[in-house]
Design a protein around this ligand. Structure first.
Ligand SMILES: Nc1ncnc2c1ncn2[C@@H]1O[C@H](COP(=O)(O)OP(=O)(O)OP(=O)(O)O)[C@@H](O)[C@H]1O
Ligand SMILES: [Mg+2]
Length: 247
């Protein structure tokens, strides 16, 4: 059987996003046959671990459920990477933060990144508003584990794409395009992250005091491609797909 790559498409039959389009070209350049599918067609696709699926987060979770595979929770800053954060970082809850009255503080969900985006909150009121139910977002319970960090100011941020421990792409995503993170620190992070997924991204920022720090890491299965070489992007998605499905 020749493995296929299924690319999620929208109602017009086009890849669901620029990421899907880049992955499609990338996989074709690696010699794969690709087929587009609509989200509604998931149940009729020949889903086997050997056939790679490229799609949005929700779509992939539905696919893995059908395949009976469990996706491990990804921690954006696992303990081995704590030394590279360069700022205090701890697990907490809304109740605890309110009790400690320690503001400003950077907060993000400890596990479920869909709950809200990480940001600096300046006081109790701002924290309460952030965690209130909003349209399109699930309500955040008072005891949901949060990741809190001492605030820092990043002048620039870059995303490094990592395939089996090696950097295969880098993209600027925020701040000053002409400030570059220190390569030595990036290398040290990739080297220290022994338990890393086969494909992931590591974000690095340079602070207003000139320090290169790890911002966070993200699992590789649903990363945007951000203009990196399309074949490398496809290889990264493939590596993580194979790891998750055990192929
Ligand atoms: N300790 C911090 N202090 C101040 N700002 C921070 C801190 N950590 C991260 N940031 C800023 O907040 C942004 C979001 O942080 P992070 O990526 O960790 O959270 P996220 O929930 O994944 O959000 P996003 O979806 O925006 O990536 C970072 O890109 C960075 O600009
Ligand atoms: Mg992020």
């Amino acid at each position: 059987m020749i493995p296929l790559v299924f690319i999620q498409a929208d109602a017009d039959g086009e890849p669901y996003s620029t990421n899907g389009a880049a992955a499609e070209r990338g996989f074709r350049s690696l010699g794969y046959e690709t087929r587009r599918f609509l989200r509604e067609e998931i149940d009729s696709l020949p889903l086997v671990p050997e056939n790679i699926v490229v799609g949005g987060m929700g779509c992939l979770h539905a696919v893995w459920e059908r395949l009976g595979v469990r996706v491990p929770v990804h921690f954006s800053a696992p303990a081995v990477l704590a030394p590279f954060l360069g700022r205090e970082s701890w697990r907490t809850t809304q109740a605890e933060l309110l009790g400690a009255d320690r503001f400003p503080v950077f907060v993000k969900p400890y596990e479920d990144s869909k709950l809200f985006n990480g940001q600096v909150v300046r006081g109790a009121e701002e924290l309460t508003i952030l965690l209130e139910p909003r349209p399109g977002f699930p309500a955040v319970a008072a005891d949901v584990p949060l990741l809190a960090q001492e605030p820092v100011n990043f002048d620039t941020e870059w995303r490094v794409f990592v395939l089996r421990g090696r950097a295969v792409g880098i993209a600027h995503y925020r701040g000053d395009l002409l400030i570059f993170p220190a390569g030595g620190l990036i290398r040290a992070v990739l080297g220290a992250y022994a338990s890393a997924p086969a494909g992931y991204s590591a974000d690095f920022g340079v602070t207003d005091t000139g320090r290169t720090l790890l911002v966070e890491t993200n699992d590789g299965y649903a990363l945007g491609y951000m203009g990196i070489a399309e074949a490398r992007y496809a290889e990264l998605l493939r590596a993580r797909w194979e790891e998750i499905t055990g192929t």
